[in-house]
Structure formats: structure tokens, C-alpha cells
Design a protein around this ligand. Structure first.
Ligand SMILES: NC(=O)c1ccc[n+]([C@@H]2O[C@H](COP(=O)([O-])OP(=O)(O)OC[C@H]3O[C@@H](n4cnc5c(N)ncnc54)[C@H](OP(=O)(O)O)[C@@H]3O)[C@@H](O)[C@H]2O)c1
Length: 291
């Protein structure tokens, strides 16, 4: 596969100490850095939406990000890069069930740069692969999924006490660390981050890769520092029958509890936009009823 062309950088002030990107990566992306808040990890997220805000087509076999991005190479490269600098990738059970063959490593999402991503991880002193973390309330995950058996990929599941019992009874491999953080309530974003921080003391960057329900939970609790959003130039459409989720689901923010981001970077690759928004992580929102 030919390497994609360099992204055009339209806005990208300094964001903090820059990573020592290998030349193959910096030629395509330009510089990348993050602020280092003292005493806690920095929380990122990465999504792709259509122009009309759809993240999943909601059709069997076509629910993944490729169907939204048009299998866009820049989008895969950016996701690989963000995974390469992350200590942990956090994923909701809904997303895992819709992408059962996926493994959340940099090389899996963009194989042409697997070598450059591995070199970057060595340069910044990270383990071979980020910790793959799955979050489930009920624990109904198939222990046979490839990610639970992937060599060199550490895996943890954050769940409830009930979910943990279910996972153990279902035969989850012993190499998968199961952490229960609550009795039967869904894990909170803070509970998830604390559990991952305990597994990875000193972990600096955690990336939450969806889906919309888990992202909404992180936003509601003031736990999202930055969203990397690819805007793909297609209209997906909605007809009220297919489940075509937007970026968040399950929680209402606007107008009573609006959440505004600040555009901190903008890159262009063809007609795809690569947006980076900062949110001022902090206090949880005073939200009412959730669905
Ligand atoms: N376009 C993109 O960039 C992108 C990115 C990611 C995902 N997606 C798409 O999004 C869809 C899945 O999204 P989703 O919203 O249905 O699923 P999700 O957010 O990935 O997962 C939701 C599940 O996470 C578990 N969970 C545990 N604690 C939670 C909490 N506090 N709040 C919410 N969930 C919690 C529950 O699992 P249990 O049910 O096991 O209890 C819940 O059903 C898929 O089609 C996927 O392809 C698209």
C-alpha cells in the first residue's frame, strides 16, 4: 500500500511536550504533543462521523468506522498514532460486540506503519502494546474473541461484581485481568479511570475509543480532556428505523447542561477534516434523568 499524502496543517499551536515521532510519522502528521496534568492521566477520545453526525450505519457487517470514513487511510493512520502514544485503550462492550475481530493496537488499525508505531513506543518507553480495556456491566462477552488471546496484548475488563462472576463462569482466559468496580450499577467513568490507573501506575495517556454511550458517560462526568474527531465527507442519512447513532447516546446535554469544546487543531486530508477539540475536564455535570 502506498503511503497516504501528508495531512495539511491549518491550525496547530503547541500543545505540550512533543513526542519524538519517527520521520515516517512526522512527515504525514506533523508534530504531536499533549499537556501533562499533574497527578492524573490525560484522557483522549477518537471518533469518525459523517457530515450528518452518524458514527455507525447500524446495519449488520457495516457498523464499524470504516463504513463511515470510507476506509480512509489518514483516519486509520491518526488512530494508529494516537494508540501508539497511549498507555491504555478503553472500549465499551457495545463497540467490542460490533467489532468482534478487532485488536486495539496501533499496527492492527494501520498495518503499513506498524514498524514506525513500534519504534515510537520504544522511544517513549511504552510497553509493546497498550493495555486493551473493555467495559461491561453484565459481562456478556465472548471469551473466544481474538483480542482475549492476542499475543503481546495485555487485556483487562472493568465490570460489576455480577459481570465478573459471569465472565469467570463463561471461561474468560486467566491472562485477562477482571476488575469489578461496583455491585450491579454500571461502572462510572471515574471508576474506570481509577481502575485503569491502578493497573498502570504512572500511565500518562488513556484513549477512550467509544462508543457513543461510553463517550457520553465520560463527558457527563467531566472526564474527557480531548476529542480527536474525523469528519468524513458523506451524508449517511437517517430514516427512524435503522439505529444510526450520533457521537453521544443515552444522556442529554444541551440546552440545560451544554458542553462546548475548543478547537485546538485542524488538519485536512483530501475532503476529510481532522479536528481536535479540548474540553475542560473537571467537575461532573448536574444531569437529570438518563435513558
Ligand atoms: N465511528 C466511530 O468512530 C465509532 C467509534 C466507536 C464505536 N462506534 C460504533 O458505536 C457502536 C457501539 O456504541 P454503543 O454506544 O452501542 O456501545 P458502547 O458505548 O461501546 O458500549 C456500551 C456498553 O458499555 C458498557 N458500559 C459499562 N459502563 C457503562 C457506562 N457507565 N455507560 C455506558 N456504557 C457502559 C455496557 O455494556 P454491557 O451491555 O455489556 O453491560 C454498555 O451496554 C458500534 O456500532 C460501533 O461500531 C463508532
Amino acid at each position: 500500500m502506498d503511503s497516504p499524502s501528508p495531512l495539511r496543517v491549518l491550525l496547530d499551536p503547541e500543545h505540550g511536550a512533543e513526542f519524538p515521532l519517527p520521520p515516517d510519522i512526522s512527515a504525514l502528521y506533523g508534530p504531536l504533543g499533549f499537556p501533562s496534568p499533574p497527578g492524573r492521566p490525560y484522557i483522549l477520545s477518537n471518533f469518525v462521523t459523517s457530515l450528518d453526525g452518524v458514527v455507525s450505519l447500524g446495519m449488520p457487517g457495516r457498523t464499524d468506522g470504516d463504513a463511515i470514513s470510507g476506509a480512509n487511510e489518514h483516519d486509520s493512520m491518526v488512530m494508529g498514532l494516537l494508540r501508539a502514544v497511549s498507555d491504555a485503550i478503553i472500549v465499551g462492550a457495545g463497540t467490542l460486540r460490533k467489532s468482534p475481530g478487532h485488536i486495539w493496537t496501533p499496527g492492527h488499525v494501520f498495518p503499513p506503519m506498524a514498524g514506525a508505531f513500534a519504534l515510537l513506543r520504544r522511544r517513549i518507553g511504552k510497553e509493546e502494546a497498550p493495555l486493551n480495556v473493555f467495559v461491561t456491566g453484565g459481562g456478556k462477552l465472548d471469551p473466544g474473541l481474538p483480542v482475549f488471546h492476542a499475543k503481546g496484548v495485555p487485556v483487562a475488563i472493568i465490570t460489576t461484581r455480577q459481570g465478573a462472576a459471569h465472565l469467570k463462569a463463561a471461561g474468560m482466559p486467566a491472562r485477562v485481568e477482571i476488575v469489578s468496580v461496583s455491585e450491579d450499577m454500571l461502572p462510572t467513568a471515574r471508576g474506570i479511570i481509577d481502575a485503569v490507573s491502578t493497573l498502570l501506575p504512572g500511565g500518562r495517556i488513556f484513549m477512550m475509543e467509544g462508543g457513543p454511550h461510553l463517550l457520553a458517560q465520560f463527558i457527563a462526568e467531566g472526564c474527557l480532556d480531548e476529542l480527536f474527531l474525523t469528519l468524513a465527507p458523506q451524508m449517511a442519512g437517517r430514516d427512524g428505523h435503522l439505529d444510526r447513532m450520533g457521537l453521544t447516546a443515552g444522556i442529554i446535554f444541551s440546552p440545560d447542561n451544554p458542553v462546548w469544546g475548543e478547537l485546538v487543531s485542524l488538519r485536512v486530508g483530501g475532503s476529510h477534516l481532522f479536528l481536535r477539540y479540548a474540553f475542560h475536564a473537571g467537575e461532573p455535570l448536574p444531569l437529570g434523568e438518563r435513558d
